[in-house]
Write a protein that binds this ligand. Structure first.
Ligand code: SF4
Ligand code: SF4
Length: 292
C-alpha cells in the first residue's frame, strides 16, 4: 500500500512525520519525493548503495530536414518550442527549444511530419537508493536551478516496491510536483497545524487530493488542544482526523537536534503504527468489497 504524506505548505513537520511513521512500521519503504529539498535522509542517515543520473529526453531539430511547419510548436503545451520560418530577406529559419521548459513528453518528436527531431538526454538530477536499518530508502535530488521536478519525481517513483508499505514524503504545496508525488497513492495523510494559515493550506491540499481522487485523512501537528479551527472544518467536510501530535517542548527539542521522536517517545511508535494499520485494514476491506 502506498501512503503519501503531504501538506499544503512547507514547515508543517511533514518530513518529520513521514520519517517517524516509517520508523514505526515493518517492511517499509520511504520514498522522499520532495526532490527540490529532500530532507528525510538527514534524519535517517541511510547507507546509499546506488546512485543514478535522472534525465529527460529533450528535442534537437535537424534544420536540414525541417520545413518550419510549426506542428511541434502546436503540439507543445509547455511553450518549450518556438518556430521562426525563413523570411524573404534571405534570413534562415530557426527552431528554438527552451530546454528548461521542456517536460520531455515526446509529443513534438512524435508529431513532426519531416522526422526532423531526435531526442537527447538532459540530466536534471540524481536518484539515490539505499537503506536505513530495515527501511528501504529512495530519494531524488533535483539539480540546482532546475525547474523540472515532476519528471524526476515520476522516475523516483519507479522504484516503488509494492511488496512493502510505501511512505511517500511529498513536496509541500498543491502544484504539479505534489500531484506527481501523490498521484496513484492509495491514501494521503495531510499534515496541518491549528492556525488560520494551516487551515487555508489544508483546504487547498484537500481540494488537490479530491481532484486526483486519492482518499485522505488529516494529521494535526503542533496541536495545542485548541484545534477547533481544524476540527470544525474537518467535521463539516466529513474528513477524519487520524492523529494529533502535541505542541511539546520535548518534541521540538528532539526535532531541532535532528532526532527521531518515536525513538525517544516510544508511545508514538505505537500510535503511528495503529494509524497505519487502520488505514491498511480499511483499504483492504474496500478493495474486497469492490471485487464482490
Ligand atoms: S514539426 Fe518538424 S518540420 Fe515542423 S517545424 Fe517542427 S521540427 Fe520543423
Ligand atoms: S518534448 Fe514535449 S515538452 Fe518538450 S518540447 Fe517537445 S512537446 Fe514540448
Amino acid at each position: 500500500m502506498i501512503i503519501a504524506i503531504a501538506s499544503g505548505k512547507g514547515g508543517t513537520g511533514k518530513t518529520t512525520i513521514a520519517v517517524n511513521l516509517a520508523l514505526s512500521l515493518e517492511n517499509v519503504q520511504l520514498i522522499d519525493c520532495d526532490v527540490e529539498e529532500p530532507n528525510a535522509h538527514l534524519f535517517l542517515n541511510p547507507k546509499i548503495t546506488v546512485k543514478e543520473e535522472a534525465y529527460i529526453p529533450v528535442p534537437r531539430v535537424d534544420l536540414n530536414l525541417c520545413d518550419f511547419c510549426g506542428k511541434c510548436r502546436e503540439a507543445c503545451v509547455y511553450g518549450a518550442i518556438a518556430v521562426i520560418p525563413p523570411n524573404n530577406q534571405g534570413e534562415k529559419g530557426q527552431v528554438l527549444v527552451f530546454d528548461h521548459l521542456c517536460h520531455g513528453c515526446g509529443a513534438c518528436t512524435m508529431l513532426c511530419p519531416q522526422k526532423a527531431i531526435r531526442e537527447e538526454n538532459r540530466v536534471i538530477g540524481v536518484i539515490e537508493k539505499g537503506s536505513a536499518g530495515s527501511i528501504d530508502f529512495v530519494h531524488g535530488r533535483l539539480n540546482i536551478g532546475e525547474a523540472m521536478s515532476p519528471p524526476l519525481i515520476r522516475q523516483v517513483k519507479k522504484d516503488i516496491d509494492s511488496s512493502r508499505t510505501v511512505i511517500i514524503d511529498a513536496p509541500p504545496g498543491t502544484a504539479c510536483p505534489v500531484i506527481a508525488a501523490i498521484k496513484d497513492s492509495d491514501y494521503a495523510l495531510l499534515v496541518t497545524e491549528p492556525t488560520p494559515f494551516g487551515l487555508n493550506d489544508l483546504k487547498l491540499a484537500v481540494e488537490t487530493a479530491r481532484a486526483i481522487k486519492v482518499p485522505f485523512g488529516v494529521i494535526i501537528n503542533r496541536s495545542d488542544n485548541n484545534d477547533g479551527i481544524i476540527e470544525e472544518y474537518c467535521k463539516k467536510e466529513g474528513i477524519e482526523i487520524k492523529i494529533k501530535i502535541p505542541f511539546m517542548r520535548q518534541i521540538a527539542e528532539i526535532y531541532s537536534r535532528g532526532g527521531l521522536f518515536v525513538e525517544e517517545l516510544p508511545e508514538y511508535r505505537e500510535r503511528f503504527s495503529e494509524v497505519i494499520k487502520k488505514i491498511i485494514c480499511n483499504f483492504a476491506k474496500k478493495t474486497l468489497n469492490r471485487r464482490k
